[in-house]
Design a binder for this molecule. Sequence first.
Ligand code: ADP
Ligand code: GLC
Length: 485
Amino acid sequence: MNVVFAASEAVPFSKTGGLADVVGALPRALVELGHNVTVYLPHYKQTKLPEAKPVLSSVTIPFDDQYRFCSVLGGGKQSGVQFYFIDYPSFFERDGLYGLSTGDYPDNAERFAMFSRAVLEASKILGVPDVFHCHDWQTALIPILLRTNYVADPAFKYVPVVFTVHNIGYQGLFSPDVLPLLGLPWELFTINRLEFFGKVNFLKGALVYSDYITTVSKKYSQEIQTAEYGFGLEGVLRARAGTVTGILNGVDYQEWSPERDKFIATRYSPENGDLSGKLLCKKDLLAEFGLHDVDPKLPVVGVVSRFVAQKGFDLIAQVADRLAREPLILVALGNGDKEYEDLFKRLHTAFPTKFAVKVGYDNALAHKIEAGADMFLMPSHYEPCGLNQIYSLKYGTVPVVRATGGLDDTIESWDPKTKKGTGFKFQEYTGEALLECIRNAWHAYADREGWEVLMRNAMKKDFSWSSSAKEYVRVYERAKQARAG
Ligand code: ADP
Ligand code: GLC
């Protein structure tokens, strides 16, 4: 099957979060199953592309006031996956992918409309696929355009769209004025299409017009059909429930495993009896955070995250004083909302030997935390899949998570009696529940023999992409059949 991916970020070219990991790895897994995959990405200032060659020098994109002309750069093949980049410097040659710390770019509707339309136009020249696989609101205009402006185009008549929701909290909400600006018909501005409380909602349009909808864990596929987690789109999803599936993200173990990791102090594997390599990684991590005089026997709890409300750090704020009295050290790496950056900085100032933070984006340090911490904390309010807890399992870094979305689907609660399980979970979204869960983890940590069994249980877990990639292929086939009528 020929599959075209359209997405706003992918490893190794551009990344702000887990979407990039997924779009970097799933195409490769599909190629290994014998499919042809082409990935389209925007060509950002950050895109690492040593020898970019234009394959299409001019693609015309109509806007209401003028035509704009972008080009398409060839990124060559990587592990059998073909990459193309939409190049339009005044939209993409910027310091952030979606905005700066002060907020989103005001022209994001135009930026990603240009990208989506360019993918359709380029596909007509470079290859019309059997299926488009689009990701998140930035590519929502692909299914919308295909069934409106492009509905009479014979090239796309039988080409379905599978749309993956990585995070329903980001919808692409814009003023209705963008419709004429982007050349979209006003008839889209109704409650059963793109209208959403007086605004245009790109993601809603994708949920209406795509042939199949997937999301990144089974539990999240159910959660987003409820008012608590649906961000107002639960009704749209329920109306399309028959086309909604949850497919758990896989992990690229070439990048994320203690046996191969090129960023960590020393490599280790469950085979070397006492896992002593992990202790070296822990010392290295403490040194990275300037924690030289702490007791290395204390458990280190790691955090690597975008600092946004979704991730649940307000729970840490609720119980920070008591957490600081627990026998543990918390090290955090993240960036995003100032509120959470300040929270961690304040905690460090108040309790310098208990809380340490690095504000920023640092891939090497993310790997060092996965390897050097004893526990990995993800108290998310909601979590579509979550990748760091799955990486943590492989590093024997025991996840402590809130039981939501993919966190609930991937972590099994440790039972000290049966010695089964891979981590610790709490249900209620409260600081108290978080604190109790961390205390349980600490008690388990104090029993060294039990803890080693727990670490080994975690390290044995396999979330590689191959089985999830097969599930995607089944959805592509269903979508093709549905469109063929
Ligand atoms: P989300 O996509 O919601 O941010 P995921 O758990 O799916 O959450 O994926 C996050 C990805 O981004 C992981 O690969 C993680 O290591 C990485 N990441 C997040 N924040 C940072 C950071 N500050 N520095 C380095 N890597 C980060
Ligand atoms: C989103 C989600 C995260 C998920 C990632 C990749 O950013 O917040 O839970 O793992 O996408 O699907």
